[in-house]
Ligand binder design. Structure first.
Ligand SMILES: [Zn+2]
Length: 83
């Protein structure tokens, strides 16, 4: 099971991607200078979402909460199913 932190990271990533997608879809039909500005904004949003993506992958790698076959520290993070 993914943990709470993972869900938070996914949510951040998701909204960053949404921001990027919105910025990118605003690119069409703009005149030169405004295009440049919108492009900058889209690039910035892309970099932010890349940062979140990296954080998400790092978390998955370090915490292992998404790997089904790995049970090493599965129960230690959120749930204590054992007495
Ligand atoms: Zn986790």
């Amino acid at each position: 099971m993914p943990c709470e932190e993972w869900s938070r990271l996914v949510e951040q990533y998701r909204s960053a991607i949404k921001g990027y997608s919105e910025a990118a879809s605003g690119l069409s039909g703009l005149p030169g200078a405004e295009f440049d500005k919108a492009w900058e904004q889209a690039e910035k949003a892309r970099k932010i979402s890349e940062g979140y993506r990296t954080a998400l992958l790092d978390h998955e790698h370090e915490h292992g909460c998404l790997v089904a076959g790995r049970s090493s520290n599965r129960a230690t993070h959120r749930q204590r199913s054992r007495p």
